[in-house]
Design a binder for this molecule. Structure first.
Ligand code: DAH
Length: 345
């Protein structure tokens, strides 16, 4: 009888040794140690044994059970550890694999130009002013000294929404907003970058929607020299330290006197090239001393206060700076164009 038990044990141990999964292990455990297993079965015959034999047999069968239980536990531990190792191997990430190429977005060149100009003027103590793109005729024209019927209105073909409402044709009305807000008290030092609209036919240098940056300074004792000095700082920081600034007489209803501002060509240094049409100079913006009529209409005493103003065409300066020859490139969203402005950090 005892031999039989030992044989069963050997058989079970051999199976445990070969067993390779937790499921198989459980099956073996049930097969040998379960209620219907051979050991349990053999123990049933104990009741017919002599007392002495029964004791020995009982001890042996308990030992076999203990030994097998322990073997099952040991095997279980081995298999569980193996399962964890298998899982780790299976889930291992190969960090040497090349990654997918992620395209990185980039600022639109006009956004870069706006940021650059804003930073430049903030550094000179200016603040940012804003005004609506859907503007009243009153702000866009009347307060800018362009009453109804004024010939200069024709220079700015306008998208009208109704008789008194329009898409602003320039950022100059923000001057009026800033002055009226200041209620006749200087100083004012603002710039306003923003969108503007005109009923132009789109071509290489015209767009029905474009961007300007208005500048306005109102204070006591402001002179044309302040304007020129300011524009020189702008031109040199923006187009290079060697730039010269030249003022030419011009006309805008909201400034008196008015000037067109040229810089010495940043492409050829003033010698003459195709960019400056062989003149050595490039026109970059319009400016002037705020017309006293505008000051008065916007609540300032023109006997006490003076001001200067300028209007930068953002696409124009961006095109000059980057050598872009078609304004439509800014609005076509052609990724090949935009990618040329990605920052290489
Ligand atoms: N508003 C003008 C335009 O759209 C640009 C301009 C010229 C603005 C002279 C000014 C200025 O502030 O002083 O053409």
């Amino acid at each position: 009888m005892e031999n039989e038990l030992l044989m069963i044990k050997e058989e079970a141990l051999a199976k445990l040794d070969n067993c390779s999964s937790l499921k198989e292990l459980n099956d073996i455990r049930i097969l040998y140690l379960g209620k219907k297993g051979p050991i349990q079965e053999a123990m049933k015959s104990m009741k017919d044994m002599a007392a002495e034999d029964r004791k020995v047999f009982g001890q042996t069968s308990n030992l076999v059970k203990q030994e097998l239980s322990k073997a099952v536990e040991d095997r279980k531990e081995i298999l569980e550890n193996q399962a964890i190792l298998d899982k780790i191997n299976e889930e291992r990430i190969d960090i040497t694999l090349p990654s997918y190429k992620l395209d990185q977005g980039t600022l639109h060149p006009l956004s870069t130009i706006v940021a650059e100009i804003v930073e430049l003027f903030l550094g000179m103590g200016y603040q940012i002013a804003e005004g609506p793109e859907v503007e009243t005729d009153y702000f866009n024209f009347e307060l800018m000294n362009l009453p109804k019927g004024h010939p200069a209105r024709d220079m700015q073909d306008t998208f009208y929404i109704d008789e008194n409402t329009l898409m602003r044709t320039h950022t100059s009305p923000v001057q009026a907003h800033a002055m009226l807000e200041a209620q006749g008290k200087g100083p004012i030092k603002v710039i306003c970058p923003g969108k503007t609209y005109r009923r132009d036919d789109d071509d290489a240098t015209h767009s029905h929607q474009f961007m300007q940056c208005e500048g306005l300074v109102v204070d006591k004792n402001i002179t044309m020299a302040d304007l020129k000095g300011t524009l020189e700082v702008f031109a040199r920081k923006f187009f290079g330290e060697k730039r010269e600034v030249r003022l030419r007489p011009s006309y805008f209803p909201f400034t008196e006197p008015s000037v067109e501002v040229d810089i010495s060509c940043h492409n050829c240094g003033g010698k003459g090239c195709s960019m400056c049409k062989h003149t050595g100079w490039i026109e970059i913006l319009g400016a002037g001393m705020v017309n006293p009529r505008v000051l008065e209409m916007c609540g300032f005493d023109s006997e006490v206060y003076q001001g200067f103003a300028f209007g930068i065409g953002m696409e124009r300066v961006a095109m000059l700076k980057y050598g872009i020859d078609n304004i439509r490139d800014f609005y076509n969203d052609d990724i090949r164009f935009l990618n040329q402005f990605s920052r290489k950090e």
